[in-house]
Design a protein around this ligand. Sequence first.
Ligand code: NAG
Ligand code: NAG
Ligand code: NAG
Ligand code: NAG
Ligand code: NAG
Ligand code: NAG
Ligand code: NAG
Length: 300
Amino acid sequence: FNLLSSKPILTIFRASGAEWSMNYTQQEICALNGSTVFMNGTFTHPEQLTVKKSFWAIDPVKNVEPNDLSKDPNYSGRVINLIDKRKFYLKLSNVTKKDEHRYCFRIITNKPDQKWLGKPEVTLQVTELHVESPGEVTEGQSVNLTCKTTCSLTDPTFIWYKDGRPLTTEMIQKNQQLHLQTVSSEDAGSYSCAVRGSEHLPSTAQTLRVRHPPKSVSVSISPSGGIVEGSSVNLTCSSDGDPPVEIYTWFKEGGDSPVGSGHSYVPLQSGSYYCQAQNQHGTQRSAAVSVLIKGNIYKI
Ligand SMILES: *[C@@H]1O[C@H](CO)[C@@H](O)[C@H](O)[C@H]1NC(C)=O
Ligand SMILES: *[C@@H]1O[C@H](CO)[C@@H](O)[C@H](O)[C@H]1NC(C)=O
Ligand SMILES: *[C@@H]1O[C@H](CO)[C@@H](O)[C@H](O)[C@H]1NC(C)=O
Ligand SMILES: *[C@@H]1O[C@H](CO)[C@@H](O)[C@H](O)[C@H]1NC(C)=O
Ligand SMILES: *[C@@H]1O[C@H](CO)[C@@H](O)[C@H](O)[C@H]1NC(C)=O
Ligand SMILES: *[C@@H]1O[C@H](CO)[C@@H](O)[C@H](O)[C@H]1NC(C)=O
Ligand SMILES: *[C@@H]1O[C@H](CO)[C@@H](O)[C@H](O)[C@H]1NC(C)=O
């Protein structure tokens, strides 16, 4: 029976017993922002009574007749109230922080002095998921990411995403934590979490930065081919590394001492050149490239 209709309820519910009683299945509910919440319960009432009306209300005040939640504009379109024999429930959709109240079920019967309000009420708390992360780590260290909530969800299974893709279960997950052991530069990225069954309500993403030495270091030649006549060839060193590489050193193969420094280098002689990229976490050299210079590049 959907009691949202304004027609008077004339059905005689067979929820009768010797006396009044009303219980809620859960007294405290922790729900994800945006999710749908059920508040369930059972009741009995003295046999001779007929239920005339029943509804849910929030934050009841002693000696004040509570208001029907389904008529509250703040809950418009989000409330479904069902009653079936001894059972009743409230289905509340799209919950937000503003729905954090005490909820109770009200029954009004054919006898004006025979009403019932189910107390203690159901307390609703609404939480967001939030990834707690140190933000940055150095390669080789281990790191724990935590999927935080502000209240305790019932039996949650947490799921983790990296750059929007679900992480495989090979990763060590325990409760709401993701353990990343011996972090490498591939672990850098954007992490978010969700609860199984509510994958459409994930946390916002948190970036994990992994400080690491330069890895892929390479030299590009301009003009390509490395054979120039009468004009200069320009070598440019590129690399990853976090923090970004700021120290580049150039070598000519066969020689021990550097021939130049800086992001790019203009060789004066033919030969094989390579660069070395360095940040505070380490140094890495590139493969060598061959340069053939014909003629006099100083020709004016
Ligand atoms: C809760 O979800 C709604 C959308 O359903 C969103 O507008 C709101 O910002 C969220 N609340 C918080 C605290 O993030
Ligand atoms: C409440 O009732 C609804 C509808 O019958 C059901 O889907 C849900 O699992 C129930 N929840 C609890 C906690 O009993
Ligand atoms: C409510 O709980 C009390 C105590 O646990 C129990 O005696 C009573 O039968 C319950 N009432 C209903 C309607 O389930
Ligand atoms: C609706 O919510 C707002 C803010 O939470 C509150 O000030 C207002 O009293 C509520 N309206 C009703 C009818 O309860
Ligand atoms: C609940 O949220 C969904 C998705 O954000 C939206 O499509 C729907 O209209 C909302 N329903 C109500 C009753 O606010
Ligand atoms: C990660 O959590 C585990 C267990 O909770 C703990 O033993 C370990 O020290 C933590 N590691 C870091 C880097 O905090
Ligand atoms: C070499 O190339 C780099 C990158 O394209 C450029 O920044 C630099 O000015 C060039 N140097 C010379 C001498 O052409």
